[in-house]
Ligand binder design. Sequence first.
Ligand code: PLP
Length: 427
Amino acid sequence: MNNHELFERAQRVIPGGVNSPVRAFRAVGGTPRFIARAQGPHMFDAEGKRYIDYIGSWGPMILGHGHPAVLEAVQKAALDGFSFGAPTEREVELAEEILSLVPSMEQVRLVSSGTEAAMSALRLARGATGRKKIVKFEGCYHGHADALLVKAGSGLATFGNPTSAGVPPEVVQHTLVLEYNNLAQLDDAFSRHGPEIACVMIEPIAGNMNFVRASVPFMTRLRELCTKHGALLVFDEVMTGFRVALGGAQSLYAQAIPGFEPDMSVFGKVIGGGMPLAAFGAKRAVMEQLAPLGPVYQAGTLSGNPIATACGLATLREIRKPGFFEALAASTRSLVDGLLGAAKDAGVPMAGDSEGGMFGFFFADALPQNYGAVLATDKERFNRFFHGMLDEGVYFAPALYEAGFVSAAHTADDIADTVQSARKVWK
Ligand code: PLP
């Protein structure tokens, strides 16, 4: 069956033909590619067409597809059993490995998706502080837990409106939505609600509005305000964790802001290496509020799954090898520089940025600093570029709101081919 036939068939039995909305290509139009297999930096669709993959399963595939050490670990683990619902040594090993790379956390709990991790972190923050209100930022995505599916209301620092049907307004009445990188709104929110705020959740480099960095002054102020008012600063590093740097985005802010650390962190994607695995962690005093030690309930049948932990451990062991992130960052930077250079030659206004193995580009003169500015970039041009590149065998994310990812398997030739394709498409 070709992609089109598969999509027709899928739409009969699965809503929209997909199990996660962005896969349906609604933002860019056209028929989604049904992927049959992937190897290294490449994916192959149902028609046998090859693509250079810059999505990497939306982040997890930092080593590329089918890395031999990861495959071996998963195959070995599968032979020992799929799931026990009892503790295993391997989940302890993975927890130790994660904690050794993220010094802001003293304990971590493993779960199965980023949504679950963010939702649990939120409950823990509320349970640990005894407060109700939470703050998030417009354009940041933290999975689809009810309290986090919120957009800003009208006016400054107002409580939000649900972004999904099925979320009663009462459920988000304690969620305050602010503009990313807006210091004045931050000050205003804390001066009005400071003693009631349980936590502020933020994507430190926001990958769900393409690629927008929280500025250092913004992060500095956010840290100060959270400390002053006793609110927990929660870093959602589901995307940035083990991706922008070995220690995540928090390690980068710690370089820029002396003594900086978040109070709680949420991970996913890379720590599972492509298997369903995510985590949240904090200092011991906070984590001990969780069941079975404390009053905050959280659980999971498949949490710490033996195959997922094997996959995650093998992935982390590869990425902590000396020089890994330097090479990945250089490769990713060369992609962005190549695209920007080609755009300039073609007279196409384009701005781009990258950190570690994560990148973003916009059809705009300058990098946006918040969601409103991202919305103002040239969507029509993005969509045409996306389809032009897809035809050329280059698979970027099918929506301009998404970051891109380079893996260690992408070679200089893959990058050069991509830039060459962009030149052709712009022509
Ligand atoms: N947080 C961030 C920053 C994400 O990018 C995502 C997913 O893309 C999530 C949370 C939710 O993770 P999951 O899709 O594994 O539920």
